[in-house]
Design a binder for this molecule. Structure first.
Ligand SMILES: C[S@@+](CC[C@H](N)C(=O)[O-])C[C@H]1O[C@@H](n2cnc3c(N)ncnc32)[C@H](O)[C@@H]1O
Length: 323
């Protein structure tokens, strides 16, 4: 882990028109700030949010969850209430482990990110990249082949914990949903060991308040995150804030707004969200600078939910350079 890429979200402040930041220092099983705040490292993943105690308490079931043996996981899912943490977690991990690592899994599954990965593979090499909302880490692995170092950030601890293990070269077992609450064992191992090679840093953190140094990233990536945060405009502003002059922002989204996640007033662009996102970037609306749109495409994103259900999204992919 490269702790000096991470800054304390508790003490940064604008002082005399300048942003004052303190980088964190690894100290045993936590990251410490000179301001006195500290952030726990659990299972190798630092949890760097404004209030780590509240976050960890809120996510306790997820934080103390160990890698449930796939057989046992099915029993737990069977016993637990429908809206309980574990069944939701199992379902979520089944979808995203397959989506990210299906082509590296046993038994194999479809690789939902194939079209995105193909685009990322064509990008020129850069120094520093960041992926906001990295989930179980395949985007970080792909980006790490085209960057000196990649920071992967996600608020979901269970996902980042698995990303860390996968990118360290470990085999990760998971439960693959077959039908309803019936799951079958599956496992995946990443080909690339970006973490072990020191080419990646993973952190559990909020993409809307990232504990990162602004203005230094050559590539800022947020795949299928815009419609998963309460404020898509704020996410665009954060991405812009992280992006260096001359750097690029890479976004994709199905714009599958859900009112419970993105309040209707925050949903971008009415019937034309893709055009609105492109316009915001081109005009630099609410951003530090305007952007040049270099690439736009409609790509398939196919998520497997169970043995009989796949959901096919058409995602808007856009890559834009900061002027
Ligand atoms: C729809 S999934 C997409 C995951 C991955 N980028 C992909 O394309 O497969 C959205 C991801 O964003 C994460 N997420 C949601 N809100 C977040 C936030 N405020 N900060 C960081 N991650 C967040 C979720 O935990 C989840 O992993």
């Amino acid at each position: 882990m490269t702790a000096d890429l991470l800054v304390c979200p508790g003490c940064r402040a604008f002082v005399g028109g300048h942003l004052e930041l303190r980088t964190l220092e690894a100290r045993g099983d936590e990251l410490a700030c000179a301001c006195g705040r500290s952030y726990p490292i659990v299972d190798g993943v630092p949890i760097v949010v404004a209030d780590p105690t509240a976050h960890t308490r809120g996510e306790l079931a997820v934080v103390i969850e160990r890698d449930l043996a796939p057989g046992g996981a099915a029993i737990t899912a069977d016993d637990a209430a429908a809206d309980a943490v574990v069944p939701r977690l199992l379902e979520h991990l089944s979808i995203y482990m397959d989506a990210h690592w299906g082509d590296h899994a046993a038994p194999p599954a479809g690789f939902a990110m194939a079209a995105i990965a193909e685009r990322l593979a064509q990008l020129p090499r850069v120094g520093l990249a960041v992926e906001l909302g990295c989930s179980v880490g395949r985007g970080v692995a792909e980006l790490a082949t085209r960057a000196d170092h990649v920071v992967g950030l996600d608020l979901g601890f269970a996902a980042v914990r698995r990303a860390r293990r996968l990118l360290a070269g470990e085999r990760v077992e998971y439960a693959r949903r077959v039908s309803g609450r019936a799951y079958a064992p599956a496992s995946a191992v990443a080909g690339d060991r970006a973490l072990a090679a020191g080419r990646a840093t993973l952190v559990c953190a909020d993409a809307l308040d990232p504990p990162l140094v602004p203005g230094v990233y050559d590539r800022v990536v947020a795949l299928n995150l815009i419609d998963a945060v309460p404020s898509p405009r704020q996410l665009l502003a954060v991405a812009d804030g992280l992006c260096a002059r001359g750097g690029e922002i890479v976004l994709s989204s199905p714009y599958a707004w859900q009112d419970a996640i993105v309040p209707p007033a925050e949903q971008l662009g009415g019937a034309s969200p893709a055009a609105e996102v492109a316009a915001i970037l081109r005009e630099g609306r609410g951003l530090g600078r305007p952007y040049m749109i270099e690439e736009e495409a409609e790509l398939p994103w196919i998520l497997r939910r169970d043995a009989r259900t796949v959901v096919t999204y058409s995602i808007h992919y856009i890559r834009a350079r900061k002027t």
